[in-house]
Design a protein around this ligand. Structure first.
Ligand SMILES: [Zn+2]
Length: 329
């Protein structure tokens, strides 16, 4: 896989189809990864990410390619998750980069956190505004296969409690085959979401609906106002449409998932699973970037539901601003 730095003619046509007359003048991106290679253990990242540094500045430059015209106004950053990395060090590095950033794009950060990490440094960062929430990840739960981990194995109650205290964001990438349609995930989200009503839960990738059929499980969570989804890396309009229908357009937030947005490929629903296709590994010609596919899917969902300008602007900016405004020191 390659993180693309240029568009080809086919990409440009698709990007025009995805964006012209659709993209608002101002955009907030709720799902952005930064990284700094010295905090990652060897061979825990693919070769496309290995030894790469992504800063707020390099992200902003790269995003101009798919969100042209200086539209990007604000971003929420968190370190790219990987096994066995020094979470304290990379969080600290990120806080410094965010504090030192200049230019027109405002940035805030989420701390990556493992279930057995010392909550102390993260609590301090959340109390003084260096981070506005947490990003747990299933890989931090235990050694071996974590694809079927229970939610609380990687997002235990102390994380919910800490976010609740600050109105902070808990960015969750669900696992298990059925994602939000999994009975265990649903039970945990309902219970903890109700117990910690100020914890603002963003279910990344439309509650990880890489298989769009699983998005129907959002129905059970519709009554909890602190449950949101981001659209990052989702390339099928069905899942986004389901989320808008169930949660309403006010709780769906645009996210790029940079640098994943700049890989050439997409994820597709296959039976009751999903499959990531990448140009370098596939015989299908003409693939475009994940980020362009995702904008096409979002546009398709908005069109199918006849969303108005205000609702579309909400997905690209206003909803993110509302959730970020919940945070207090
Ligand atoms: Zn991501």
């Amino acid at each position: 896989m390659i993180i693309e730095t240029e568009l080809n003619a086919g990409d440009r046509l698709l990007l025009a189809e995805a964006t012209e007359g659709f993209l608002p003048a101002e955009i907030v991106d709720i799902h952005v990864h930064v990284m700094e290679p010295s905090s990652y253990a060897p061979a825990t990242l693919g070769p496309h990410l290995n030894q790469r540094t992504i800063t707020p500045e390099s992200y902003r430059e790269a995003m101009e390619m798919i969100l042209p015209g200086g539209r990007l106004k604000e971003a929420l950053y968190f370190p790219f998750p990987a096994r066995d990395h020094d979470r304290t060090a990379i969080n600290r590095w990120m806080y410094g980069r965010i504090a030192g950033q200049g230019g027109p794009v405002r940035g805030r950060g989420l701390a990556i956190a493992g279930p057995r990490d010392d909550p102390g440094p993260i609590a301090e960062a959340m109390a003084d505004g260096r981070c506005v929430g947490l990003k747990p990840y299933h890989l931090y739960a235990k050694a071996g296969d974590t694809s079927q981990a229970a939610l609380e194995e990687f997002a235990p109650e102390w994380m919910w409690r800490m976010c609740d205290r600050h109105g902070a964001i808990l960015m969750l990438h669900l696992v298990r085959t059925e994602a939000v349609s999994d009975a265990g995930n649903r039970e945990a989200l309902l219970r903890l979401g109700a117990k910690y009503p100020h914890c603002q839960v963003v279910l990344a990738h439309v509650a990880r609906a890489f298989n769009h059929r699983t998005a129907r499980g959002l129905q059970a969570l519709a009554g909890l106002p602190n449950m949101w989804v981001d659209t990052s890396a989702i390339a099928e309009s069905e899942g986004i449409r389901t989320a808008i229908e169930i949660l309403g357009p006010g709780r769906v937030i645009y996210g790029s998932d940079y640098p994943i947005s700049h890989l050439r490929g997409r994820c597709v629903t296959v039976g009751n699973q999903f499959l990531w296709l990448y140009a370098e590994e596939s015989k299908a010609p003409g693939m475009t970037l994940v980020g362009i596919e995702s904008l096409l899917a979002l546009r398709g969902a908005c069109r199918q539901l006849n969303l108005g300008r205000a609702e579309i602007e909400g997905i690209f900016r206003g909803n993110a601003q509302r959730i970020l405004a919940e945070y207090r020191r």
